[in-house]
Design a protein around this ligand. Structure first.
Ligand SMILES: C[S@@+](CC[C@H](N)C(=O)[O-])C[C@H]1O[C@@H](n2cnc3c(N)ncnc32)[C@H](O)[C@@H]1O
Length: 220
C-alpha cells in the first residue's frame, strides 16, 4: 500500500495542527514568498522546514552546506540546529544561482540574527562548491534536478565519515515511476536515487515525506 495514497488531506491537517506552530519570522518569510515569487511552491513549507530543523538539531552540525537557497526558508531552519557552543561556531553555507533572491534572503537572515551564521553565495553551485574547502556534517541538496548526482559526486569526499546528505524531491511528484521519461529533471532524480541506493559507502532511506527526502549517511 502506498503511503502517499494513504494520507488524506484531513489527516495531514491533523498532523500539522498537532505539530509546533510556525515561528512568526518563518511565517512572515513564507507569506512574503507566496506574495512575491513566481514559483512560491519551491519553499520547503512549515512541516518540511520543521523536519529539517529537528534533524539539524539532532546532528548539531558544525558545518552545513545547502544547495538551492530560494528565499532562505530551509536555510534558516537548518541553521537553527547549528552547534554554536563557544568552541564550535557553527556555520551554514548556502548557494543560490538567482541574484534576484539576494535581497529577501539577506532581509530575513538579518531579522533572524543569522548574518554571521549563514554565508550566502550567489552563483552556480557546481563552481562554488569546490571553492569552499570545508568538511561537511550535513548537506541539503534542493536545486536543479539534472545536477543532483553531480552535486553528490562533487561534495561526497568533503562529507565527514558519519556525516549526512539530505536531498529533497526524491519522489518528484511520483514521476520517478516512469523510467522511460524524457524529462531531464525526472531522469536526474532517478539516476541520483539509483546511484545512492547502489553506493556501498553509505546507508540511505528514501523517506516518503512530502515530495520524498533521500536521507544518506556516509559510513565511517
Ligand atoms: C526548490 S528551490 C529551493 C528551496 C529552498 N531550499 C527552500 O526550501 O526554501 C531551488 C533553488 O535552487 C536554485 N538553483 C537552481 N539551479 C541552481 C544552481 N545551478 N546553482 C545554485 N542554485 C540553483 C533555484 O534558483 C531555486 O531558488
Amino acid at each position: 500500500m502506498k503511503i502517499i495514497a494513504m494520507i488524506s488531506d484531513e489527516l495531514l491537517d491533523y498532523a500539522e495542527q498537532h505539530s509546533t506552530q510556525e515561528y512568526p519570522i518563518l511565517e512572515r518569510l513564507n507569506r512574503e514568498t507566496q506574495l512575491t515569487q513566481v514559483y512560491p511552491r519551491m519553499l520547503a513549507g512549515h512541516m518540511q522546514g520543521m523536519m529539517l530543523r529537528l534533524v539539524s538539531q539532532m546532528i548539531k552540525p558544525r558545518r552545513i552546506l545547502e544547495i538551492g537557497t530560494f528565499t532562505g526558508y530551509s536555510a534558516i531552519n537548518l541553521a537553527m540546529g547549528l552547534n554554536f557552543s563557544p568552541a564550535e561556531e557553527g556555520v551554514l553555507h548556502t548557494i543560490e544561482v538567482d541574484p534576484e533572491q539576494e535581497m529577501i534572503i539577506r532581509k530575513y537572515l538579518a531579522e533572524a540574527g543569522m548574518e554571521k551564521k549563514v554565508i550566502l553565495h550567489i552563483g552556480e553551485a557546481m563552481k562554488i562548491i569546490p571553492t569552499l574547502g570545508e568538511t561537511w556534517d550535513l548537506v541539503y541538496i534542493d536545486a536543479d534536478k539534472p545536477n543532483y548526482l553531480n552535486y553528490y559526486k562533487l561534495l561526497f569526499d568533503g562529507v565527514r565519515p558519519g556525516g549526512f546528505i539530505i536531498a529533497d524531491n526524491a519522489l518528484w511528484d511520483g514521476k520517478v515511476l516512469d523510467p522511460g521519461t524524457r524529462s531531464s529533471d525526472t531522469r536526474g532524480i532517478i539516476e541520483f536515487n539509483e546511484f545512492v541506493f547502489k553506493d556501498d559507502r553509505v546507508e540511505n532511506l528514501l523517506l516518503p515525506f512530502r515530495d520524498g527526502l533521500m536521507i544518506v549517511r556516509k559510513k565511517g
